[in-house]
Ligand binder design. Sequence first.
Ligand SMILES: [Zn+2]
Length: 97
Amino acid sequence: MTLLDHLTEVYSQSKPQPKKCKVEMELDRTNASDKERQALDGMLAITAYSPVRPGAIFVNTTALAQALRSAGLDVSDKTLERHRKKQCICFKSGAKE
Ligand SMILES: [Zn+2]
């Protein structure tokens, strides 16, 4: 490799990686479709404290995590809980939440 190759390599390795928690990483790993991501996001967005709206049914985190695990995603209840409460790394630094 030339010096330029080495420099290009070290440069690309130094680029900040998008920060994601295990939930997002597992969605990436299993190639979840946009439709699947939207379905999950929609369900995560409805919390026990959300105003009651028609069609907005609260699904508890344990049940959701179980559904994800059934689909082959390695996601614990705790991890999903943090993602749902936006306490995970996905919602830190730069993200305007
Ligand atoms: Zn997350």
